[in-house]
Design a protein around this ligand. Structure first.
Ligand code: SAM
Length: 287
């Protein structure tokens, strides 16, 4: 059977009694034109081992099976989708792509061990775990050079604003700094209105595409240090750095002056590079 011969997604939901649950962040996309558009925005995928988190009824999965990706692994927490996944695995496209399903919590899975490179992640993420998933994948890019060639991810629009924000923007903070210090580029793709989902969430969604650098940005310990520094600096974003970094550095003013960062500066106006400089200096002070 071909993907295009499968029943409509609404029928798939009904026959499998897959009523969406809030606890699993289930807002499904049933419009195959839209899921095809999302898959297209992730191209080129030739030769890639693609990973989709949360296939649900499989709309985006169908589109991914029709790309020129080499293989497709989906990770789903909801075992009610098992018959739907079986049906996808039996299609011609599913067999050609060695389609695999892992019924696991994506937060607990080490994708670098599970899938070989080159990898790409494409997902309409469950909103309740979207940010920790992203931070984990950014961390992977410090563990292995180009661990993911690209990540095409759907979040609430506000989260995409926070990922692509520039210094001085209202949305600028920890997520923008971590992303910018990790990837080569972060580009907003397009918005998806709430009515496109079943059930519609309260907010607009958007897709962001991250493309990896070819090297690791630095040692993994530095990423952890940047996480600590940005948590402290943006935890009190309106305070001056000499105040917000007090808990991390004993002589905060002298420390910042040595790095040529004014102690009176505020986190929200400093470039990502400054947070890397602070984290590097902290790491070497601890050595
Ligand atoms: N991709 C489908 C679509 O676009 O219609 C479903 C997207 S829905 C927003 C999120 C999906 O992630 C759900 O199918 C949900 O069961 C699954 N999910 C939620 N938490 C998860 C987790 N921790 N690990 C893996 N899958 C999860």
């Amino acid at each position: 059977m071909k993907i295009n011969d499968l029943p409509p997604l609404r029928t798939v939901l009904e026959t499998n009694n897959l009523s969406p649950t809030k606890a699993l962040g289930q807002n499904f996309l049933l419009d195959l034109n839209l899921t095809a558009r999302i898959a297209r925005s992730a191209e080129p995928l030739d030769g890639c081992h693609v990973i989709e988190v949360g296939p649900g009824p499989g709309g985006l999965t169908r589109a991914l099976l029709q790309t020129d990706a080499q293989t497709l692994l989906v990770i789903e927490k909801d075992t009610r989708t098992a018959p739907i996944m079986d049906q996808l695995a039996q299609t011609d496209e599913g067999q050609a792509k060695a389609f695999r399903v892992a019924f696991e919590d994506a937060l607990a899975l080490d994708l670098l061990a599970e899938v070989s490179a080159p990898r790409a992640i494409i997902a309409n993420l469950p909103y309740n775990v979207a940010t920790p998933l992203l931070v984990g994948w950014l961390r992977d890019l410090w563990r292995e050079a180009g661990a993911y060639r690209s990540l095409s991810l759907m979040f609430q629009r506000e989260v995409v604003d926070r990922i692509v924000a520039q210094p001085g923007d209202k949305a600028y903070g920890r997520l923008a700094v971590l992303t910018s210090l990790t990837v080569a580029s972060a580009e907003r793709q397009f918005d998806v209105p709430a009515q496109a989902f079943t059930p519609p969430p309260k907010v607009t969604s958007a897709i962001v595409r991250l493309d990896a650098r070819t090297d690791v940005p630095g040692p993994l310990t530095l990423f952890s240090q940047i996480e600590r520094v940005t948590a402290a600096a943006f935890g009190q974003r309106r305070k001056m750095l000499r105040q917000s970094l007090k808990s991390l550095v004993p002589q905060t003013e002298a420390f910042l002056e040595k790095l040529e960062i004014p102690p009176t500066a505020r986190a929200e106006e400093r470039a990502p590079h400054d947070f890397r400089k602070i984290a590097e200096a902290l790491s070497s002070a601890l050595d």
